[in-house]
Design a protein around this ligand. Structure first.
Ligand code: DGT
Ligand code: CA
Ligand code: CA
Ligand code: ZN
Length: 577
């Protein structure tokens, strides 16, 4: 039975994929995709909403019809449209959509011509050289397909995206917190370091008697397998496929355990080494003055642990042994940017293109989120799949924005565009149109496969246009789906710094793009960042925290991020200089 939002979203994505492969009406396909995106981005659990009989149509992209389908799916575990579609098209064809460069038409062609309906078939056909004999495929694509399959195979167990892990962790921790005797409970590991993907969840519970919390843990309804069970540690597998460790700890060791299990391992090793130099043994139970079994000298809090090795507390996002210990030693840790420091969002779509909600609803939701400003950046016309705006439609949207701004209180809508960067580095709208905008997010949506130098030149050429403000989702990657394209990030970041162009940290859970190391690089070279949601509906506006997490992992301070500025300062910065 699908219980988590992402499982439910997956069914709708599968349905959209299969219909698209069949060549179904693109509007219907888009409706299912929008529904999947909405469900995946909800903070509330949709199965709970259904059991509480809440009205689902108040969520973007979900009309009466879809709401009924969701209810059926949650209650019966079945999505009848999907079942029907699966009778006509093999469901595995949906899995083939993750192969880059294939697309719905490619999948259909291979199915029709070669009867390829699984990854195994696809691999066999590619190895036998049968794919390039099908019209529209070349030998290059055939090779790329094999490489993609290899990647999927060697990847083994997929790591879970942070937002999906969050959806599993939040209710689980709330559930465990209710066990008798639990004094404190928290998720450690890569999750606490806010890494973009997590392997497993590491939950720590501080308690006297560990019996009740362990019992509650292994009997949770989502548990499909108890991998191991003990009095202080158990491991389970959940229906979502995630593994979870629970460790029970006494209060006096909680800080030491939290520190140890937060990791990273490399950071731990560096801290332990500092302990040794000072005559201490550091482990998950505490800090011990001698290598003997006795009471620890510290361990109840993380501050105590760091204090014993002469360091200030280090934020978990920095604990990767990337220089944080040296910085902490010198009192030079960055004062990391926070969600609260952000004053607005500079990348959002409306139903004029591929968003689900109206301009007015987006504005209202942004005001409710406490934003001072929201940039409306719908796609430009080259992105025809999203019904991108040409100069004329963009101008009319601008007039609507002017009218709304007169009427709205407390929030200012900025006129923007997510302008496609064309293959030759030109922007997809004429200069005089771009000149009339407050902000441009310039992004690549096509031709991901150029050689490294060409791709880099293409973007830098686009930055030479004085109307280029922000580089949107710079690497083009989609976590667990698509590799970043080849780029000389160093050259790119330097070019951005010179031209006063900012780089986006996109908060979409699958993007988180720039990556953490590239944020670090940008900061080092003096290029500014923008933390944006790329919202496609009002709920997506709530994703901003994921961009903050990623930027913090990249050592960003408020001063490195342009949307920490008030509107007047921001406008000045957007004038490039
Ligand atoms: P993940 O789950 O792959 O996303 O990454 P983590 O960092 O959550 O790693 P995990 O779950 O294997 O272990 C949690 C933390 O426990 C890890 O970050 C550091 C600590 N840890 C685990 N094994 C060792 C070890 O052998 N030595 C040290 N120093 N620390 C360890
Ligand atoms: Ca972990
Ligand atoms: Ca673990
Ligand atoms: Zn966008």
């Amino acid at each position: 039975m699908p219980v988590h939002n992402h499982e439910i979203a997956e069914r709708f994505t599968r349905l959209a994929n299969l219909l698209e492969i069949e060549g179904e009406n693109p509007y219907r396909v888009r409706a299912y995709r929008n529904a999947a995106r909405t469900i995946g981005g909800l903070s509330a659990n949709i199965a709970d909403l259904v059991s509480e009989e809440q009205d689902l149509t108040r969520y973007p992209g979900i009309g009466k019809d879809l709401a009924a389908k969701i209810r059926t799916l949650v209650r019966s575990g079945e999505l009848p449209d999907l079942t029907e579609t699966e009778e006509r098209v093999p469901t595995e064809l949906s899995d083939l959509m993750v192969i880059e460069g294939l697309g719905p038409k490619g999948v259909r062609a291979l199915y029709k011509k070669l009867n390829v309906d699984s990854l195994e078939d696809l691999e066999e056909a590619a190895r036998a050289g049968r794919i390039h004999e099908v019209e529209r495929f070349g030998e290059k694509t055939e090779k790329a397909i094999l490489e993609e399959i290899e990647k999927i195979r060697s990847g083994g167990k997929k790591r879970t995206r942070l937002a999906d892990a969050e959806e599993v962790a939040r209710p689980l921790v709330a559930y465990l917190a209710e066990a008798e005797g639990v004094e404190a409970i928290e998720v450690a590991g890569s999750f606490r370091r806010r890494k973009e993907t997590v392997g497993d969840l590491d939950i720590l519970a501080s308690c006297g008697d560990s019996g009740p919390v362990m019992e509650r843990f292994v009997t949770h309804e989502d548990v499909t397998e108890v991998v191991s069970r003990g009095s202080t540690r158990s491991t389970v597998r959940l229906s979502s496929g995630m593994d979870v460790d629970l460790r029970a700890i006494h209060g006096r060791s909680y800080g030491a355990a939290l520190h140890y299990f937060t990791g990273s391992q490399a950071h731990n090793i560096a801290v332990r080494q500092r302990g040794l130099e000072r005559g201490y043994k550091v482990n998950e139970y505490g800090i011990f003055a001698h290598d003997r079994d006795e009471e620890p000298v510290a361990g109840a809090t993380e501050e105590e642990v760091y204090g014993r090795v002469d360091l200030p507390w280090i934020p978990p996002e920095l604990r990767e042994d990337r220089g944080e210990i040296q910085a902490a030693e010198k009192g030079a840790l960055p004062r990391l940017v926070t969600r609260k420091a952000l004053r607005g969002d500079l990348h959002a779509h409306t139903n004029a293109t591929d968003g689900a909600d109206s301009l007015r609803d987006m504005a209202r939701a942004a005001a409710e989120a406490g934003h001072e400003y929201l940039a409306i950046t719908d796609h430009s016309k080259r992105v025809s799949m999203a019904h991108g705006l040409d100069a004329d439609r963009l101008r009319r949207q601008g007039e609507e924005i002017d009218r709304l701004n007169e009427e709205l209180n407390g929030i200012t809508l900025l006129k923007g565009s997510e302008v496609d960067i064309l293959e030759d580095g030109r922007l997809d709208l004429p200069d005089d149109v771009l000149a009339g905008l407050d902000v441009t997010v310039c992004s690549i949506h096509y031709r991901f496969n150029l050689p490294r130098d060409k791709q880099t030149d293409r973007i830098i050429r686009a930055m030479d246009n004085p109307h280029f403000r922000i580089l949107g989702h710079p690497s083009g990657r989609a976590i667990n789906e698509r590799e970043p394209f080849e780029l000389d990030m160093e050259r790119l970041v330097e070019a951005a710094a010179e031209r006063h162009c900012a780089l986006e940290v996109n908060a979409q859970p699958a993007r988180l793009d720039l990556r953490d190391m590239d944020c670090m690089l940008a900061r080092e070279r003096g290029a500014k960042l923008v933390l944006s949601t790329d919202a496609h509906n009002t709920y997506n506006l709530g994703l901003l925290g994921y961009a903050v997490d990623q930027a913090r992992r990249g050592w960003a301070e408020a001063g490195d991020v342009i949307n920490t500025r008030g509107l007047e300062d921001l406008r000045a910065l957007l004038r490039r200089g």
